[in-house]
Design a protein around this ligand. Structure first.
Ligand SMILES: N[C@@H](CCC(=O)NCCCC(=O)O)C(=O)O
Length: 254
């Protein structure tokens, strides 16, 4: 009897040894495992298989990536600083998100995944926050992984929001490894946390019945050591577990 909820994890398209490949860095998969979730890597195809894939899953994780959503997806000209694309992922995720929401699947977006949710809802992105007057430089600090994923700026949670319902403190301090960020928030999305410079750092979908949250930072980095990251994954895991129970036929008389 399967006990762990299955969570789809979107891949990035890469080339490995000259072959097209699908890639997910291990920390996303390890974080799901550490919260008793079973990760399933989802290929980034455009063949309409998303509903078949999602129908057997209990959650969807949209990971970060060093690539960016192509600017034409939100009607912008490419900025010179915007040099890394993944059109396969763009095409796949822009189909996966509506399908997951339609199925009522718990959804957690991280960094690029956060930006993807905004673009799917018709929002736009700053392509180089460090060039935007009044914005901090949100790019990752120089150093080893412990340095780059260490908390680097504060966030303030929006009182009464979905994120605040998971984590009671009004502020936290999060890591920051992104050059892009929300410019215009997509219609139907709700800001859940902001940085000191006003940059939106967490969003949810207005009226979504279940767990649908996306964050600009990286909670998958040692989540058990950071109370807010831990609260996010505990909330996501509980939602995926509830989805699995609801999907699993109960024996008569149970
Ligand atoms: N490319 C976008 C999103 C940044 C992002 O997802 N970074 C991920 C770093 C690698 C990882 O931890 O997965 C931007 O620059 O804003």
């Amino acid at each position: 009897m399967r006990t762990r909820p299955l969570v789809g994890v979107i891949a990035c398209r890469r080339e490995v040894e000259g072959h097209p490949a699908h890639m997910v860095t291990d920390k996303y998969l390890a974080a799901l495992r550490d919260y008793s979730l079973a990760p399933v890597i989802l290929p980034v195809w455009e063949d309409g298989m998303e509903r078949d894939l999602l129908a057997s899953l209990d959650g969807l994780l949209l990971t970060g990536s060093y690539t960016n959503v192509e600017p034409q997806r939100y009607g912008a000209e490419r900025a010179p600083e915007n040099t890394r694309d993944d059109p396969h992922r763009d095409a796949a995720v822009l189909r996966l998100i509506p399908a997951a929401l339609d199925l009522g699947l718990p959804l957690l977006g991280i960094c690029r995944g956060f930006q993807e949710l905004n673009v799917v809802f018709g929002g736009t992105l700053h392509q180089a926050l460090q060039q935007v007057p009044g914005r901090l430089d949100h790019r990752e600090p120089e150093g080893d992984r412990e340095t780059t994923y260490a908390p680097s700026h504060d966030i303030t949670l929006v009182p009464g929001g979905r994120l605040a319902a998971l984590y009671s403190a009004p502020t936290s301090r999060v890591n920051s490894l992104h050059q892009q960020g929300i410019a215009e928030l997509g219609p139907g999305l709700v800001a859940e946390a902001v940085a000191p410079d006003g940059q939106i750092e967490a969003i949810s979908v207005a009226g979504a019945p279940g767990f649908v949250l996306a964050v600009q930072w990286h909670p998958e980095w040692k989540p058990r050591e950071h109370p807010l990251h831990d609260a996010l994954f505990l909330g996501f895991a509980a939602a995926c577990q509830a989805h699995r129970v609801a999907r699993t036929p109960q024996p008569l008389g149970a």
